[in-house]
Design a protein around this ligand. Structure first.
Ligand code: SF4
Ligand code: SF4
Length: 390
């Protein structure tokens, strides 16, 4: 019986990125030149084939999507200009939408009107809640204490808990969907397990895979491999893509830690010297975040490389959110050490609303890769270790 090809999948995927794999004639060059593809875990050609054949579930369930760091080596050497690197990026967005049962992610990627409307509604709702219990605009010299009177600490506290619970609930649902999909996907490169062994959960392999995952996340080793493959002369370290990504990642983690330290160990609104550990951590992390987001925005504006050339609205918004949260955070830090007037109240409430909106939208945006990528790395390594020890 002839196999039916579902052409709607490829048409649908095109809304998620600027590629043209209908031009692909399956030469395999992209997989051959990919610095991260291996015999056991080969990409991107297999994913391209899935999309060409309309195998939507196989595209979404491919762990390999998350092993690609978009160095664009494959796109540069594709004889058909099919843009396989951009295809992988689009497939990641497609997968994020596929794991989301609310369809919010899908609409965010496909509709600018929906994106702006959702952002405006959520932002306005957060502002209204934050300002509902405000006794009025701060006056005179505005300190941290005055800001927490302007927007009462209890309001921020309970709204933060509500946003956190909503974001974690959504993240758990989407992550379970992702795990369900990738665990049922065929093992790459024929690394299947004998049925008897597949029933056993080998702890040693799981722990070794976890170590590999942590090394990759903390050291960005594969990301650096991807970057160094680029033609000479290599870009200076401060503007290398892995380094910019590393700045943003460590900046976000540092800010989350500094916020947690403040939450548990600092009296709300109290003065802290600039050299206190939590404040120093927040300052350094904020600088890394603003630096990374600024360079990334400039690279996208300049279309510095293939990766930066194809920017969706979601890419811009993500970077602008990070940049704005970092810069407004610095302004608020000044409130403890400089004389600021009432305008800083606007900065305060905008900073909180932006940070909460970013957290709330995490499962629907590219930020979801902070969960999906480590899971895919762990799963791939775990399956490899089990198969090779069979
Ligand atoms: S290099 Fe281009 S044409 Fe060849 S398989 Fe990859 S995407 Fe297709
Ligand atoms: S963009 Fe780079 S890492 Fe991704 S598939 Fe292409 S060559 Fe491999």
């Amino acid at each position: 019986m002839a196999m039916r090809i579902d052409t709607t999948v490829l048409r649908d995927m095109k809304a998620f990125g600027a590629f043209d794999i209908s031009a692909c004639f399956n030469c395999g060059n992209c997989t051959a030149v990919c610095p991260l593809s291996q015999d056991s875990v080969a990409f991107p050609r297999r994913m391209i084939r899935y999309a060409q054949l309309g195998q939507k579930d196989d595209v979404v369930a491919s762990r390999e999507l998350w092993l690609c760091y978009y160095c664009a080596e494959c796109s540069d050497t594709c004889p058909r200009q099919a843009e396989p690197g951009e295809f992988m990026a689009a497939a990641r967005r497609y997968a994020i939408a596929g794991f989301d049962p609310t369809t919010i992610a899908r609409r965010l990627y496909r509709s600018a009107t929906f994106t702006w409307s959702l952002l405006a509604v959520v932002f306005t709702a957060l502002l209204v809640i934050l300002l509902a219990g405000s006794p009025g605009w701060p006056t005179g010299r505005v300190t941290s204490e005055a800001l927490l009177t302007f927007v009462p600490y209890e309001t921020i506290h309970w709204l933060g808990i509500g946003v956190g619970v909503a974001a974690v609930t959504l993240a758990v649902v989407t992550t379970v969907n992702m795990l369900w999909a990738i665990s049922r996907a065929p093992a790459p490169g024929g690394l299947g397990l004998p049925a008897r062994q597949a029933e056993v959960f080998p702890l040693a392999a799981a722990l070794r895979a976890l170590r590999t995952t942590l090394v990759e996340v903390v050291g960005h080793s594969r990301y650096r491999d991807c970057d160094t493959e680029k033609p000479a002369p290599p870009a200076p370290l401060p503007v290398r893509r892995w380094f910019v990504h590393y700045s943003i990642m460590t900046g976000m983690i540092g800010l989350a830690l500094a916020t947690a330290l403040d939450y548990f160990f600092k009296t709300p609104g109290s003065y802290v010297p600039i050299w206190s550990p939590a404040r120093l951590l927040g300052t350094v992390a904020g600088a890394l975040l603003v630096y990374g987001a600024t360079v990334a925005v400039v690279q996208r504006l300049r279309k510095a490389d293939k990766y930066s050339s194809y920017s969706l609205l979601s890419d811009w918004l993500f970077l602008v959110f990070l940049w704005a949260i970092g810069v407004t955070g610095f302004v608020l830090e000044l409130a403890d050490y400089a004389t600021l007037s009432s305008w800083v109240g606007v900065v305060f409430v905008v900073h909180i609303a932006l940070a909460m909106e970013l957290i709330l939208l995490l499962p629907f945006t590219k930020l979801a890769h902070i969960v999906y990528r480590p899971i895919a790395i762990w799963f791939t390594e775990f399956r490899r270790l089990r198969a090779t020890s069979a």
